[in-house]
Design a protein around this ligand. Structure first.
Ligand SMILES: Cc1cc2nc3c(=O)[nH]c(=O)nc-3n(C[C@H](O)[C@H](O)[C@H](O)COP(=O)(O)O)c2cc1C
Length: 188
């Protein structure tokens, strides 16, 4: 579950009850109130990434994703998931590599553009281009260039596992996503 399907609408007040009887298994999902579930998922604060790839024709594709996460140090593995009805599903399934740019606090505009349905999400974006590799967002806090090692259809998402080929990180504050809103760390 990702923020995209819940949109950027802030749900308030913050109290929705999840109906999940102990006696029932996961298959009791029909008892779940979808709004309550989205709200509960949205309470988990995350960083924000832009995931890029080159499609089968060598064209760059990219989207904002907060489902990214680390999986393993040895071997170095990461994961992220994509809605299977996304317009970019086929491109990412066919791609051999993907790259992850972890956005900095001042890159909300980048996150919004790569979450949009703009026909050219790269328009006006400052990208680092390397021939034969997915482009990276310049100024991001971290970059991971990954070889896709697996993808699985899990529910309404495709789960991608990538082996990290290169990773770089820079000092700075991250862009955050919480309660379906962008946010930054507050320094008290
Ligand atoms: C903060 C944020 C995080 C998102 N995370 C994901 C994600 O992890 N997976 C996903 O499929 N969509 C995610 N989305 C939604 C996609 O960015 C958005 O649906 C997509 O770029 C729109 O194009 P599409 O309809 O072709 O998918 C996220 C959106 C936002 C604003």
């Amino acid at each position: 579950m990702d923020a995209g399907s819940s949109g950027l609408v802030y749900l308030s007040p913050p109290c929705f009850a999840l109906r999940m009887p102990h006696s029932k298994s996961v298959s009791s999902h029909l008892d779940l109130d979808p709004l309550a579930l989205r709200h509960a998922f949205a309470s988990f604060a995350t960083g924000v990434t832009v995931i890029t790839a080159l499609d089968a024709y060598g064209n760059a594709v990219g989207m904002t994703a907060n489902s990214f996460g680390s999986v393993s140090l040895d071997p170095p593995l990461v994961q992220w998931s994509l809605r299977i009805n996304s317009g970019l599903h086929r491109s990412f399934v066919e791609a051999k590599q993907f790259a992850v740019s972890v956005l900095a606090a001042n890159q909300e505009v980048v996150a919004r553009q790569f979450a949009s349905r703009s026909p050219d999400r790269f328009a006006g974006m400052d990208m680092i281009e390397t021939p034969g590799e997915p482009p990276l967002v310049r100024g991001a806090l971290a970059h991971f260039v990954c070889k896709k090692v697996n993808d699985y259809r899990v529910g309404d998402h495709e789960l991608f596992i990538g082996e990290v080929l290169r990773a770089t990180a820079h000092e700075g504050s991250p862009l955050l996503f919480h309660g379906s809103k962008f946010s930054v760390l507050r320094i008290d």
